[in-house]
Write a protein that binds this ligand. Structure first.
Ligand SMILES: Cc1cc2nc3c(=O)[nH]c(=O)nc-3n(C[C@H](O)[C@H](O)[C@H](O)COP(=O)(O)OP(=O)(O)OC[C@H]3O[C@@H](n4cnc5c(N)ncnc54)[C@H](O)[C@@H]3O)c2cc1C
Length: 245
């Protein structure tokens, strides 16, 4: 490793090549990245990398992207939403196979190394299911008998990315439930939406079980609101992990 592979006093800089692009839907795509031969990224399912994007003048723009792939996969996958007028996501949407992406990481404690022996609940909205996907896969691969629930919020059916994976896993593992939660009206945007209401109804009001463990990921205020509500309802601090984009 040369000195240029470290930011001053900072973590190692990785350079990966885009091998292919999968368009989930207009405005959401996965970039598959390959590291140089012999290099692997050791990470825990759920973690993210910090991409240094050459947008405008120096210094590069730094944006976080979750790893949608599993540590065992040969390639890294980043699932990216295009944000209107967003410089970082806009840049990633210009990349074609062969382009280079520079990043540091992995980072983050929103992760699952070993599944605890408790019911596991994963809540994701839109592309927020990206970091949940490798966590669910890890939990299934480790075995166990605890129920695993994925509540997958989206505005409409086409936004249910990774649906095929989740349905296939649920068919193979009866303890996994994948449940799409669609917004019913545009008026719900910004208020208590269907996903938030369902989590509170089912895991707070429906019973007194507080043994569940939660991983919640979405854009905006939803993860923080759910974390506060779940903790206030009696779940332990460490039982509720959230990531806000
Ligand atoms: C830990 C972490 C992991 C992340 N992982 C991902 C990921 O896997 N995929 C991904 O697409 N983004 C992810 N993000 C968001 C990403 O880092 C950028 O914020 C996003 O790409 C917008 O950057 P921008 O420069 O295009 O736009 P900016 O001009 O910087 O726009 C910022 C605004 O966009 C909102 N925003 C952020 N993400 C989204 C989104 N996905 N859809 C709609 N609005 C959004 C922010 O809340 C903020 O209001 C993650 C963020 C964090 C903190």
């Amino acid at each position: 490793m040369s000195a240029s592979d470290r930011s001053p006093g900072g973590p190692r800089v990785h350079r990966a090549t885009v091998t292919r692009i999968h368009e989930h839907l207009p405005g959401t795509r996965s970039l598959f990245l390959r590291l140089p031969a012999g290099e692997r990224l050791a990470f825990t399912p759920g973690q993210f990398v910090s991409c240094a994007l050459p947008v405008g003048d120096d210094p590069p723009l730094v944006r976080a992207y979750s790893l949608a792939s599993s540590p065992e996969d040969d390639e890294l996958e980043l699932c990216v939403d295009r944000v209107a007028a967003g410089p970082g996501s806009g840049h990633l949407f210009t990349l074609a196979p062969g382009a280079e992406v520079e990043f540091t990481g992995p980072f983050g404690s929103f992760a699952l190394a070993e599944p605890p022996p408790a019911p596991l609940v994963f809540v994701g909205e839109g592309a927020g299911v990206a970091p949940l996907r490798p966590m669910v896969r890890r939990a299934l691969e480790r075995g166990g008998s605890q129920p695993i629930t994925i509540l997958h919020g989206a505005r409409y059916e086409q936004e249910l990315i990774y649906r095929d994976d989740f349905e296939a896993w649920a068919a193979r593992h009866p303890r996994l439930t994948w449940e799409p939660v669609l917004r019913t009206t545009e008026a719900e945007v910004g208020s208590i939406d269907a996903l938030e209401g369902l989590v509170l109804e089912r895991f707070v009001r429906a019973d007194a079980d507080r043994s569940r463990r939660f991983w919640i990921c979405a854009v905006g205020a939803l993860p923080g609101r759910l974390r506060d509500a779940l903790r206030a309802a009696g779940y332990e601090r460490k039982a509720v992990r959230v990531e806000q984009w």
